[in-house]
Design a binder for this molecule. Sequence first.
Ligand SMILES: [Zn+2]
Length: 150
Amino acid sequence: MNADTPRAARPADCPCGGAAPNLKANGKPPRYAACCGRFIDDHAVPASALELMRSRYTAYVLGDVAYLRATWAPQTCPADLEVDPAAPDAPRWLGLAVKRHEQTDETHAIVEFVARYKTGGRAFRLHETSRFTRESDGRWRYVEGDVDSR
Ligand SMILES: [Zn+2]
């Protein structure tokens, strides 16, 4: 994040809820600073595509465009990426559930998840299977996803 950009307030509990495959929904969410805050604010490197995916969900909640860009493969990152959680039509993210995390080889992984959100007073579910690659710098990055619109 640019030093001139005011940082959005950080939540006490992590918005990702510590999402992991088969995690029970009644569990207590982890503290933000001990979960995605390590990656978004403290620049730790996520060890898996799953951790990266969770931190990207949290970055959407916080509107941290710089983090989203830094964790997006340059080939597929949209040039006009804009995320403003304060915009009137912005989705209000309600929660994340991870269905599947599979590392297919050293440098490729997929994460299937359902993210719930509200916009215009209506609730929606985003069901996506995302693909990630680990580049030569050792960092996982988001490539693209298939949205299941059923
Ligand atoms: Zn988190």
